[in-house]
Design a binder for this molecule. Sequence first.
Ligand code: ADP
Length: 431
Amino acid sequence: MSQRGLWRRASLRALFLLLAGYGLGVFLGHPWLVTTVALFGLLVFWIWQLYRLDQWLDDADAPPPEASGVWGQLFGHIHDIQTRNREEQGLLSGALDYLRDSLKSMRDAAIIVNTNGYVVWMNVSAEEMLGLEPYGGVGGALIELVDYPEFAKYFTAQNYQRPLRIDPVEKDGISLLIQISTFGEGDRLVFLRDITEHFRLEKMRKDFVANVSHELRTPLTVLKGYTETLLTLDDELTGKIQKPISQMDMQVQRMEVLVRDLLWLSRIESVETREKTGSVNMSGLLEEVAYYLGAVWPERKIALDCTETDDVLGDFMELQSAVSNLIVNALKYSDPRHPVSVRWFERGDNKLILEVSDRGEGIAPEHVPRLTERFYRVEKSRSKQTGGTGLGLAIVKHVAAAHQAELQIESELEKGSTFRLVFANSAVTTA
Ligand code: ADP
């Protein structure tokens, strides 16, 4: 029977009971008394059904009480809702278990932290990495468990766009890469990866390049001394070998520049993750660079436009070398008839921009993503002619990373190129 039909039948039954009670009452001479008794009987029956409902709800696993009519339907409805809830809960907890299992099985440490920074859950790798007993970290403050000052700063600053890398302070210490993402209402999922081995190999490579470059300096100085002396001798003595000597001298000079750039790159790399504390006046720095490059390239014009007066948190020498590389490239690879434009300004989004533009030969799009690789050249002949080492843009990229700045490159063949250093707001202090 339909739901409505059942209710209609229940109402008719109640009405019939009342009328029958009243009829019987008239027959017995006490109509109201008998009607009241009938009503009371109905009430007792409903209270009895409600009592059964309450008993049943206490024991969620029991089947619903047997009943007919509207009560049977009511119990059936509640039973259906309970079954559906149970199924949904099962699905949800299955999905949750699946997620937990996948996080649990990760080799990286995974930690879930609540809005207040306390650990809600962590996998076994996290417990091992932090040297904790099983479940020993749950409920603890994460910044106390991951006990590095740079982590505490990173965690509380809540700017997790870039991962944090912690390099070992002691020789046998571990190196960590930390990534955090937020979810829900301020909860955080923290991943810690042990990159000690990667760090060790990278350090070996850096040390090797730095050592080789360093060792090459002495023989190069000696060679340079000889070629310079030979070049000052009379033509009579060096007549036939004059040309090879000057070529040797040129190559020695190239090697010297190469070694200088390699050493400089190693130095920048070794301090890249250290926080910059110096305050650099960019307008002053640009004027200085434009002045001495103007002396080297007297026939060229460098158009300087500085509208920003705020200082940048950074290292003067590093920024100077990045800016010089960008301007020298613009001078090398552009039409001498056009000036090179250098701008330092604040953009609409409050970021500070250093922009070097030229109207030169430009770079084809397929080369742009690779320009900052060491020794990458668009055309070998092009940079051979201009005497570049192929390390200039690698230096710029590392200086940018060390200053939390981004290097952006826009270029169009035959039109020119724009190299932009975009400094994050946090890198800036107001003078
Ligand atoms: P290099 O010492 O060869 O100039 P860089 O790392 O400074 O090395 O630059 C890499 C390559 O990018 C250069 O060889 C050149 O082909 C290209 N390049 C750099 N800057 C410009 C520019 N302003 N215009 C055109 N090409 C450029």
